[in-house]
Design a protein around this ligand. Structure first.
Ligand code: 4BW
Length: 145
């Protein structure tokens, strides 16, 4: 019986857990790094998605990556923030899932990634699934079974 319940949890849809794209801080490929740093600092997040002009997911950018990219031999070269673009610095290795993915897949991805981007069937950005929302559901589940 418990096994059946566990598989119901793992097989359930992720739709209701997604933070919608309107609420997700993001930047675009051609934005200069100073703009990306501004968005990261103002939003308070460590890393955020990078989208192209057609609203497709291209990668993610983090404060750590930006700082690393302007680290000179003897000083932090702040002037480079305006020369470098998001596309020069972003990470492209990141998980992307579809709306139809299961909670089990999301749980596995969240081990190594604080958030997972979700795209629709046309490849457009729908939103993100965060480790917080995944853990909250697991917590609810174990408290009520
Ligand atoms: O501004 C914040 N509001 C709240 N309510 N919680 C926050 C905020 N900033 C950070 N937190 C908490 C969350 O629990 O710290 C955790 C780590 O944040 P992070 O990674 O290192 O910036 C947060 O965990 P989470 O909600 O599971 O989010 C995991 C990661 O997903 C975040 C960030 O990289 C990304 N993220 C979450 N919400 C986002 C977002 N990126 C863009 N826009 C959003 N709305």
């Amino acid at each position: 019986m418990q096994t059946l319940k566990n598989s119901q949890l793992l097989d359930q849809e992720i739709r209701e857990l997604i933070i919608s794209h309107e609420k997700v801080a993001h930047v675009q490929l051609n934005n200069p790094l100073d703009h990306a740093l501004l968005i990261l600092i103002k939003s308070g997040y460590t890393a955020i998605p990078v989208l192209d002009r057609d609203y497709r997911i291209q990668g993610q950018i983090s404060k750590a990556k930006i700082l690393d990219s302007i680290l000179g031999l003897e000083r932090i070269e702040m002037e480079r923030l305006n020369d470098l673009k998001v596309k020069d610095t972003m990470e492209t290795e990141m998980p992307i899932m579809s709306m139809n993915s299961t909670f089990g897949e999301a749980l596995t991805r969240s081990i190594n990634h604080p958030f997972v981007c979700i795209e629709d069937e046309d490849g457009a950005f729908v939103g993100i699934l965060t480790r917080r929302s995944i853990l909250a559901l697991v917590n609810r589940y174990f408290k009520h079974t």
